[in-house]
Design a protein around this ligand. Sequence first.
Ligand SMILES: Cc1ncc(COP(=O)(O)O)c(C=O)c1O
Length: 414
Amino acid sequence: MVQYMQLELSELFDVSAIRKDFPLLSQQVDGKPLIWLDNASTTQKPQSVIDTVAQFYEQYNSNVHRAVHTLGVQATDAYEGAREKVQRFIGANCASEIIFVRGTTEGINLVAQTYGRKYIREGDEIVLSTLEHHSNIVPWQMLAQETGAILKVIPVSDRGEIILEEYTQILSSRTRIVSLAHVSNGLGTILPIQEMIKMAHQYGARVVIDGAQGVPHKCVNVQSLDCDFYAFSGHKMFAPLGIGVLYGKQEILEDIPPWHGGGSMIRSVSFEKTTYEAPPAKFEAGTPSIADAIALGAAIDYLTNLGMSNIAQYEQKLTYYAMEQLPQIPGLRLIGAAKDKVGVLSFVFEDIPPTEVGQLLALEGIAVRAGHHCAQPTMQRFGVTGTVRPSLAFYNTYEEIDTLVEVLRKIRCN
Ligand SMILES: Cc1ncc(COP(=O)(O)O)c(C=O)c1O
C-alpha cells in the first residue's frame, strides 16, 4: 500500500530532493533525526528564502520608496516586485490590493479597526464559525464591545464540518461581516468558503477570510472566491516570520480609513491637516519589513516551482495515510474527521494529557504542538481542553508518519 502510493507520488515530485532544500530538516535533536510535524504553527524555510534575506543585508540593505540612490531603488524594486508576486499567487486584480502586514493577526485587526469602525453600529451582526483561531475572534469581540455589535457563531458537526443549514439561519439583513477560516488550524477542516461567501453576499455582508492555514496548502484565487478581504502569514508558507499579507478589494481599500498613522502613508502633512496616500501605502505606515517581504516573494517562487496542485495532491495522500494509521493505536481518539481536510491531525489519548504526549514525542525528535492551539472554542466543542496536533507539509514523508505511529504506540503501552 505504502510502496504503491510512494511510486505514484514520485511522479509528482521527489520529496527526498525537496527535503535537501530545507537545511533545518536534516538536523538531529538530542541524538534523534528531527521530524518536524509542527507546520500549522510555523514552517521551515528553503535555502532560497534564507539566501534572499542574507543577500538583502549583504548587498542592498536600504529603506524603500524615499531613496533616490542606487540601493534604495534596488530595495524598492525588489519590495514592489514581491507585492506583484503575491498578487499573481493569490489571483488579485492588481498589486495595490496587496498590503504587507506582520501576519494574519495584524491583517484581521486592520480590517476590524478600519472597515469595522467605519461601518459597524449597535445591533449589527458579525458572523464567525466555531472553528476560528483566536486571531479571528478577539478583534471582532473588541469591535463588538466598542460598537454594540453582536457576534453570531456557526456551529459545526461531530466531524468538525460547518453546518450549512445553521449558517443559513444565522444570516440576515443585520449581518454586516462574515469572517471565516479558510482552513481550521485545530482540526484541518477546509471550510466551503466559496459557497459561504456567496451566501453572505446575498445579504450584503462583507466577507473576511483568515487564510493562515489555507494559502500553504491550497491554490487560492481571491477573485474567483470573491472574498472582500483575505489575510495570511508568511511564516506558515515557508517565508520568514514577521511578514504577512492582507488582500482587500480595491474599492473597499480606497473607501476605508487608514489604521496606523506615520511616514509613508501620507501625501502631505501640516499641523492643520494630513492627506493620505492611495492603497496600499495608506495602510503601510512606517518602515516595512523589507527583507522579509522580498523573501516572501522567494517562498512564492519556490511554491510555484513545485506547483500548488502537486503539493495539495501529495499532502492529501499523506493525510489519508496518517488518518488511516492513527486510529489503529489503542485509546487514540481523532478529533476532526472532515471529508475535506488538510494534514492537521488532532487527537487525544483518554488517559495521557496532550502536553505529556507532546513531551514524550519530543524526546524522540518528533516536534508536534500540544494544547488548545489558540482555538479554545473548537476544543470546547469537542469536550477537550487541548489536543496533540501533528501537522503536515509537503516535505513530510510516509516514513515520518510511520515513526510517529510507532512512538505513539510505545507511549500508549508504557
Ligand atoms: C487559522 C489561523 N489564523 C490566524 C493565525 C494567526 O497567525 P499569526 O500568528 O501568524 O498572525 C493562525 C496561527 O496559527 C492560524 O492558524
